[in-house]
Design a protein around this ligand. Sequence first.
Ligand SMILES: NC(=O)c1ccc[n+]([C@@H]2O[C@H](COP(=O)([O-])OP(=O)(O)OC[C@H]3O[C@@H](n4cnc5c(N)ncnc54)[C@H](OP(=O)(O)O)[C@@H]3O)[C@@H](O)[C@H]2O)c1
Length: 287
Amino acid sequence: MKTILITGCQGQLGRALNDFYASDPKVRLINTDVGELNITDREEVLRKVREMDPDIIINCAAHTQVDACETDQERAYQINAAGPYHLSLAANETDAVMVHISSDYVFDGTKEGPYVEGDPFHPQSVYGRTKLEGEELVRRTAKKYFVVRTEWLYGEGRNFVNTMLKLSESHEEVRVVNDQFGGPTSAEEVVKVIDLLCRSEQYGTYHASCDGVCSWAQFTEKIYELCGRTTRVIPVSTEEYAAPAKRPKNSVLKNQRLEERFGYHMPDWEDALKKYLTDRKLIVKEQ
Ligand SMILES: NC(=O)c1ccc[n+]([C@@H]2O[C@H](COP(=O)([O-])OP(=O)(O)OC[C@H]3O[C@@H](n4cnc5c(N)ncnc54)[C@H](OP(=O)(O)O)[C@@H]3O)[C@@H](O)[C@H]2O)c1
């Protein structure tokens, strides 16, 4: 029996982990969100984690509101950097494996071609900088860790897919950025990778994103096509959209280490999206 402590369990990834492990008799899940375990509170983290005595800590807690982080820098730092540091200290005390989730935003998006795990960092936003600090603190502190970088994540909860579907109920057209590229990634697929990694002792930093590339506008078009929505997608540039935080133009992550060390390939983003929509009975058109 393994005890897995999940932080930020109400978020997209936290919920997907719950779905995955719920029926596993060999896993005891301890679910926490900010009310049960506030990762910014070092003393609380050390005390409660000691009591919980987990074998694995999976940190799904984060400040993921990228634009809000620009004006909420201290909170972003506390949640995205100090939090994973506290959890790493606690993991060492209980000899647990620390799993921390990070982001494509640690890169600046100017590279030609996909980013691999060892590429140089150059975050462009407060969110990206605090996520990078979080990763670095985990790498420097935790004795046994996995840092799992993903991108364009969607699962149960507040996410791009649900937002665009909601917009289609009230809009004849939507303006969507067409010059940022990435691989939309289903939380369910990231959970499979976390499980695979945790069955090994090949600690380190990994990329985990679905295969293939599209822009946000192309992603939206595919969602609408699969769900039979007639809302038109109007492609716009990043400059036209003018969001407060700078986003990488190229967010594509290559899962080099997963493929080389485990021979594991994540599915194409379109296939994972079809599964997500089918599971929620949102799809009207199978291709
Ligand atoms: N979403 C993406 O597109 C994306 C892309 C790449 C990487 N990631 C990374 O993937 C991970 C999971 O993301 P997600 O989309 O599942 O996040 P999410 O849905 O925003 O969930 C994060 C959860 O953490 C909670 N939380 C916030 N502050 C906390 C604290 N101090 N202590 C404990 N819990 C706290 C949040 O509660 P509140 O909602 O009440 O704040 C929320 O329930 C994060 O590390 C994120 O940076 C996400």
